[in-house]
Design a protein around this ligand. Structure first.
Ligand SMILES: [Mg+2]
Length: 281
């Protein structure tokens, strides 16, 4: 999950804003780097692992990696004195949710953690719903064929790949990105194939591939060979947090502290409740 997310971000990074292309592109090369998707995924992982408020972790990591390519709203939040969320429905929320699925003790717990971390900045109902959908699907380890119907249960449309490629729009919405990422995983047979499909759609390639890579890892298992290939492009602090999260994730199922993770993400309980009510409806 977290390794698939970082692989997708790095592989997609040099194609951000590109037009749709053949999935057979050269996988890694000059210009590949870890961007905001990886940096803020590491931030959420650290918040969960160390029990720090997620907003503080996002700020710490965001300022340490100041040139990671943040959106305008997040950049403004990073430098503002207020920790208030700014109502975004952008894909910044689902792109950083993979540690929630990795460290959760179950599906509902993963959804709740994902919604809680999203609500620190992206407190729009669409962002919360899409983030819960991504983390819930990751925690389920659903079969790829079941992804479209599963996403539908969260109100996320999963378009046909051909339609996505034909439109090739730069979709930075949380719902659009999670739907596109799920479409790629549903049509792929490996983590690498899912990431290639996500990048081939063009547009916000690093984020679609980040969400797709995380989801693909939940479906197909970790591609260690791919993780090693991507490794030279990943800053040490991000790689170290990812490895810590993976090791902790292997223990979470039996660890009592897994249940306490939600309490650590002290953000907007009212938003979390309303998101969970929406999911239950
Ligand atoms: Mg990015």
């Amino acid at each position: 999950m977290i390794r698939g997310a970082i692989c997708g971000d790095v592989i997609g990074s040099r194609w951000e804003g590109a037009a749709a292309q053949d999935p057979g592109f050269e996988l890694l090369g000059t210009g590949c780097c870890a961007t905001d998707d990886s940096v803020l995924t590491a931030a959420v992982a650290e918040a969960l692992l160390d029990g720090t408020p997620v907003a503080a972790a996002l700020r710490r990591w965001g300022n340490r990696h100041a040139d990671a390519g943040y959106g305008a709203l997040f950049s403004g939040w990073l430098t503002s004195v207020s920790d208030r969320p700014y109502g975004s429905f952008g894909n910044g929320a689902p792109m950083r949710c993979s540690p929630c699925a990795l460290l959760a003790t179950g599906i509902r717990h993963a959804e709740a953690l994902a919604v809680a971390q999203a609500a620190a900045t992206h407190n729009h109902p669409d962002a919360l719903r899409a983030t819960a959908a991504a983390a819930g699907a990751m925690a389920r380890g659903a079969r790829r064929a079941d992804l479209p119907s599963l996403m539908e249960r969260y109100g996320i449309a999963v378009p046909e790949l051909a339609a996505l490629r034909a439109s090739s729009i730069f979709d930075v919405t949380a719902t659009g990105t999670v739907g596109a990422a799920a479409a790629c995983v549903a049509a792929a047979e490996s983590v690498e194939a899912a990431i290639r499909l996500a990048v081939s759609l063009g547009g916000d390639t690093d984020t679609t591939a980040c969400v797709g890579g995380a989801l693909a890892e939940a479906v197909f298992g970790c591609d260690i060979a791919l993780w090693r290939r991507v490794g030279p492009h990943v800053p040490n602090d991000i790689a170290q947090i990812a490895e810590r999260a993976v090791a902790a994730g292997e223990r979470t199922q039996t660890a009592p502290w897994g249940r306490r993770l939600l309490d650590r993400l002290v953000v907007a309980p009212r938003l979390i409740r309303s998101a969970r009510d929406a999911l239950d409806a």
